[in-house]
Design a protein. Structure first.
Length: 363
């Protein structure tokens, strides 16, 4: 049964220079309304009325929609009583009244794109909010009744130092948020930095030092490091993202959205016009083989701090995990990148730094 859904809202006020996601800047209200109407049709066509445990509205900047449109989207779904309903937002797009409307509609978790509290860095990477505005947004969200707030940060940005990044995280801790996500800067095809690379960006070694410094700062502040990029307090993990890391099913609605249902991974059309015309179709879809399902369970499971459960893998895939991967396990236990746990195996902090290299050996 599919009990999670992701919805992509591909609109932004402006495109950040590091962003290679599918998003469109400068769309007018009529275009947004047309998109919402198509999205509602897609949901009606594919959604099978299962009560959802999690729903995540991401982008882009979903809060460029009217709050009434967010409510119309939520009203399409059935929810379990304790469902986690998250909306991504950016500081420059919301105010107290808007956030109160979201809360009244059933949204109970916010993910705010801060990226940095350094105004020089924010300007360099194309963000249009200030550090002051970001802080005000967190305070406003609390005043509107939100207690589950996540902040996103990027490390390895132009002009960023280890101390500066640590200061950003210290400020986040002072704001009293319950969740922090950290992402190393990656310049990929499709973003402005790809064609016009910035100066003074961190190399891999400096990024690694920033990551380890972040673990130190946040662990001392009482945050649980529960996944490669994610930290929480008071048990407020991202249940939606945890669903991904457990390789469980989820719907994907909207332009460029990805989903995984009935053993099939699929993606919607990324072009706005194609999506609007072909919302009943998938641009790509493929049923996973048992081998691919196993590899995904390993690759995604190792993202979690607690790692993988060997007995569960053995049961689900009729294998002897420790025999099948004996050489790989010994290799990375000897190098200190993998450790044996009570239930299986997990990556160490240095293993997280080299996770793509380590996990590629399992594929």
């Amino acid at each position: 049964m599919t009990q999670s859904a992701y919805i992509h809202i591909p609109f932004c006020k402006s495109k950040c220079k590091y962003c290679s996601f599918v998003s469109y800047a400068g769309c007018n209200e009529a275009e947004k309304k047309r998109y919402v109407e198509t999205l509602l049709k897609e949901i009606s066509f594919f959604y099978k009325k299962e009560p959802l445990k999690t729903l995540y509205i991401g982008g882009g900047t979903p809060t460029l929609l009217e709050s009434s449109d967010i409510k119309r989207i939520l009203d399409c779904f059935e929810f379990l009583p304790d469902a986690e309903i998250t909306v991504e937002t950016n500081p420059e797009t919301i105010d107290y009244d808007y956030l109160c409307s979201l809360k009244k509609s059933g949204v109970n978790r916010l993910s705010i794109g801060v990226q940095s509290f350094d105004d020089r860095i924010l300007k360099t990477i194309g963000r249009i909010h200030s550090s002051k505005k970001a802080i005000e947004t967190v305070d406003t969200a609390k005043a509107a009744g939100f207690s589950n707030i996540s902040l996103d940060f990027i490390y390895g940005l132009p002009f960023q130092s280890i101390d500066g990044f640590a200061d950003d995280l210290a400020k986040a801790v002072e704001l009293g948020v319950s969740h922090i996500s950290l992402y190393g800067l990656k310049i990929e095809k499709g973003c402005a930095f790809y064609t016009n690379p910035p100066k003074n960006i961190a190399d891999e070694d400096l990024q690694a030092d920033m990551y380890l410094a972040a673990i130190d700062v946040l662990s001392k502040a009482g945050f649980l490091h529960y996944e490669i990029s994610n930290f929480c307090k008071d048990g407020k993990i991202s249940y939606h993202n945890t669903n991904y890391w457990k390789a469980q099913e989820y719907y994907g609605f909207g332009a460029a959205a990805h989903g995984y249902t009935e053993g099939v991974r699929y993606s919607n059309f990324g072009s706005l016009e194609e999506y609007l015309k072909k919302y009943k179709q998938k641009e790509q879809s493929r049923k996973l083989t048992e081998k691919e399902k196993l590899e995904e369970k390993i690759f995604l499971g190792f993202r979690l701090k607690k790692g993988i459960n060997v007995s569960q893998l053995n049961k689900d895939f009729c294998i002897d995990f420790e025999t099948k991967y004996e050489k790989i396990l010994k290799k990375y236990q000897n190098t200190g990148h993998i450790v044996k746990t009570e239930n299986g195996y997990a990556l160490t902090d240095t293993g997280f730094l080299l996770s793509n290299i380590v996990l590629s050996d399992f594929l």
